[in-house]
Ligand binder design. Structure first.
Ligand code: FES
Ligand code: FES
Length: 208
């Protein structure tokens, strides 16, 4: 030490130190109190998950298990742990529909769903639509009507179309537009997609 005295704005006075220590202590207390009050809003019968847990669900007709962190999305689980990369990650915020899969037969954006929410449920991805070599009528319709360009929206589109046709085998053009309203095609192949849905509807009627 050279005994130099620190002066001016750099000087840490005893008073300043006590003031800032007091602010820090108050902040710590506030965080503690906020946490306590947030925890008090958790229902007593709620399951609080920490670390990884084992998840069991049906994926494309087969029972599967996976170790998942509470924050893992269904999309991340499918692509990164199950190696099913047909489901696309595009916006990752529920805006584009590229990640659409079926959960108990209904369409969901898998980027918005936590993997743990699939527990005990049936998840179908685009890989689960075809029966062996036999394409699903919607997939066949997309091929025949050339309903894709870059293909990024295609798996999600196909899943939305398949869900619509399962509910309504003979949809009007308005029904089709409604059915894919959550899916965005940046290449603008909507007309071909509508034709593909008409074709799929005809194939289904013919029992193909
Ligand atoms: S990636 Fe999920 S909605 Fe776009
Ligand atoms: S085919 Fe390119 S986004 Fe739809």
């Amino acid at each position: 030490m050279d005994g130099k005295k620190i002066e001016g704005s750099d000087a840490l006075s005893r008073r300043g130190f006590l003031k800032s220590a007091g602010v820090a202590a108050a902040a710590t207390t506030l965080i503690h109190e906020t946490r306590k009050s947030l925890e008090s809003t958790i229902p007593s019968d709620a399951t609080v998950m920490r670390g990884e847990s084992e998840l069991k669900f049906k994926l494309n007709g087969k029972e599967v298990t996976a170790k998942v962190a509470p924050s893992l999305t269904l999309l991340e689980l499918l692509r990164e742990k199950m190696d099913l990369t047909g489901t696309k990650q595009v916006c990752d915020r529920g805006a584009c529909g590229a990640c659409t899969v079926h959960l108990d037969g209904r369409t969901v954006n898998s980027c918005l769903l936590l993997a743990v929410d699939a527990s005990g449920r049936n998840v179908t991805t685009v890989e689960g639509l075809a029966q062996g070599e036999q394409l699903h009528p919607v997939q066949q319709g997309f091929v025949e009507e050339d309903a894709m360009q870059c293909g990024f929206c295609t798996p999600g589109m196909v899943m939305s179309c398949a869900a619509l046709l399962a509910k309504n085998p003979k949809p009007t053009r308005a029904d089709c537009a409604e059915g894919i309203s959550g899916n965005i095609c940046r290449c603008g192949t909507y007309l071909n997609i509508f034709r593909a849905m008409d074709r799929a509807s005809a194939l289904m009627k013919a029992g193909k």
